[in-house]
Ligand binder design. Structure first.
Ligand code: F6P
Length: 324
């Protein structure tokens, strides 16, 4: 392998730039050419490439977003689209790539490998932490810190006005952000898709909380929760069934995807970037770099996208005890 392409794809996450930097610098260190591919598979199909040397990634380890931009690309899902992308890569002399993204991006990489026998390695970049084969995805830690900082601020005003707040956090179909940010911010209740305890229990818990002398309450709601009600409907429901509360809603939204990556995410990105390039140069393919028991590991991408991430039951128990 003489020339490695690197790109970011799907929803961005803090730490992607640090991962790009790590891939580029490892290539430079091992004397392999590195090419940045803009806008994920979209830029690949258009041949939107830029040769990257060690100096081209100066001062980006601390930056949120992705300097290579990101996109979700529908045409790449077709055989014709992938053929166009392959022709562009060949024309540029790129003979392997590192994809930094989530499961959609990994699925594309696998199909591409199957069709063109093209070496691919994945780095999990998503705030959702929903990829099997790694305890942490890039950006999860930063998103948690952002969410906790915001909830702390919401608590200030909630407590001044004796209010109940429903705070919606991201996470797509999983509750990792909600559970961790909820425990970290001392939420009274946490609603996650992995465990739907029903609305009755929510009312009971809020009633108990008021009776026990709490003046304000925070309920963290994962965007994918299974109560069947969104945060605004939850507000109406509680107002109707438990009129003792003055209720407000806050949707944290995309601010969770931005900002400078935490030190944890920068270090993780650096370790993953090095491993990704090393794996390609060792002739490996179709693998995702992960971290398990603080060791950098490789998992077949096929498993990473199909396996289920498990919610931390022990943390759920801790959360229950803390809301007493
Ligand atoms: O996968 C990351 C994520 O931020 C999810 O948490 C969220 O559901 C989704 O992306 C939002 O996507 P978009 O930026 O396309 O609105």
């Amino acid at each position: 392998i003489k020339k490695i392409g690197v790109f970011t794809s799907g929803g961005d996450s803090p730490g992607m730039n640090a991962a790009i930097r790590a891939v580029v610098r490892t290539c430079a260190y091992l004397k392999v050419e590195c090419v940045g591919i803009y806008r994920g598979y979209e830029g690949m199909m258009e041949g939107d490439f830029k040769v990257m040397d060690a100096r081209s990634v100066n001062n980006i380890i601390n930056k949120g977003g992705t300097i290579l931009k990101s996109a979700r690309c529908l045409p790449f899902r077709t055989k014709e689209g992938r053929q166009i992308a392959y022709d562009q890569l060949k024309k540029a002399g790129i003979d392997a790539f590192v994809v930094i993204g989530g499961d959609g991006s990994f699925t594309g990489a696998l199909t591409f490998n199957k069709e063109f026998d093209f070496p691919v390695i994945g780095i999990p970049g998503t705030i959702d932490n929903d990829i099997f084969g790694t305890t942490y995805t890039l950006g999860f830690d930063t998103a948690l810190n952002t969410a906790v900082e915001c909830i702390d601020k919401i608590r200030d005003t909630a407590s001044s006005h004796n209010r109940l707040f429903f705070v919606e956090v991201m996470g797509r179909d999983v509750g990792h952000i909600a559970l961790n940010a909820g425990v970290g911010a001392g939420a009274e209740e946490i609603l996650i898709p992995e465990e739907n305890l029903g609305l009755e229990r929510l009312l009971e818990s809020l009633k108990r909380s008021k009776q026990s002398g709490k003046s304000s309450s925070i309920v963290v709601v994962a965007e994918g929760d299974k109560t069947g009600k969104n945060v605004f409907e939850l507000k109406e429901y509680v107002e109707e069934h438990l009129p003792i509360y003055d209720v407000r809603v806050s949707v944290l939204g995309h601010m969770q995807r931005g900002g400078a990556p935490s030190c944890f995410d920068r270090v993780l990105a650096s370790r993953m970037g090095v491993k990704a390039v090393e794996a390609l140069l060792e002739g490996k393919t179709n693998l995702m770099v992960g971290i398990q028991d603080n060791t950098i590991t490789l998992t077949p991408i096929s498993k990473a996208i199909k396996g289920h991430t498990k919610i931390d039951k022990e943390l759920m128990r801790v959360s229950d005890i803390m809301t007493t």
